[in-house]
Design a binder for this molecule. Structure first.
Ligand SMILES: [Zn+2]
Ligand SMILES: [Zn+2]
Length: 254
């Protein structure tokens, strides 16, 4: 099974990165809907698609408005949007308010609550059901991380957050096969990261080490401050060797 990291950047797109959107095609699961959402065209089909949103900040949801362009290219199955109540309300009332966007796509909005697991029916051979556990993160306005159990494989998706929430989410993501974790700053920017609701690349690697993840993929990289230079690669390798700092369209085996 594969996950495609379609967009790996935070805040706004750059010449190098679109903002967050990943897809697990064999499970029909999509993680966040940043500007890379437009890249879903080659994956979508007539089966159900499940989009899990971490929070309502625009770099994670603006791609929901690209639906009509995607649906024009091919038949798209029912799209279910999973997120907490406040995120869904912000999307329906604000992102899809008439002056901002005139025609709301035929999404089904389904609320989730922290620490209450849900099972989704994928209607996909070899991967009929996925179990998902949302966990609260620490970020201005709140955010949810997710642990996915897909057959015998586990994936955790943790963005955006500071380390304040680690005692809680760290419990939930113990021993995952693949940890996808945000990092918005290079080492040395810890105070800035904390103030803006994020972590540094070194801190993300430290989380992976602490929770005994098998592999770490770092996403949500800063479009302004370089945090994927050689210095950072060396730093993360020293803390947790099985780390990749994501680039757009990276494919990772789960
Ligand atoms: Zn973000
Ligand atoms: Zn955010």
């Amino acid at each position: 099974m594969e996950i495609h990291i379609l967009g790996s950047g935070g805040y706004h797109p750059s010449s190098k990165r679109h903002t967050l959107c990943s897809v697990i095609p064999q499970a029909g699961v999509i993680l966040d809907a940043g500007t890379a959402f437009f890249r879903l065209g080659r994956f979508l089909d007539h089966k159900p698609w499940h989009v899990f949103l971490t929070h309502a900040h625009l770099d994670h949801v603006v791609g929901l408005t690209y639906y009509w362009g995607l649906a024009q290219q091919k038949e798209v199955g029912p799209v279910k949007i999973w997120a907490d109540e406040s995120t869904l309300k912000a999307i329906k009332d604000l992102l899809f308010s008439q002056p901002l966007f005139p025609k709301i796509p035929p999404y089904e909005f389904i609320p989730v609550s922290p620490n209450e697991s849900v099972a989704i029916a994928t209607e996909r051979a070899g991967c009929e059901s996925v179990s998902v556990l949302p966990v609260p993160l620490s970020h201005p306005g709140g955010a949810l991380g997710y642990r996915f159990q897909i057959g015998d494989r586990s994936v955790a998706y943790i963005t955006d957050t500071t380390l304040e929430a680690l005692p809680v989410y760290g419990q939930v993501i113990q021993d995952v096969d693949l940890l996808i974790h945000e990092a918005f700053y290079p080492a040395g920017y810890e105070e800035m990261a904390q103030r803006t609701g994020h972590v540094t690349v070194a801190q993300a690697a430290e989380v992976a080490r602490q929770v005994r993840a098998k592999r770490l993929v770092i996403v949500h990289l800063n479009p302004i401050v370089d945090c994927d230079g050689e210095k950072e690669q060396d730093e993360v390798a020293r803390i947790f060797s099985n780390t990749v700092i994501a680039t757009d369209n990276l494919v990772v085996n789960i």
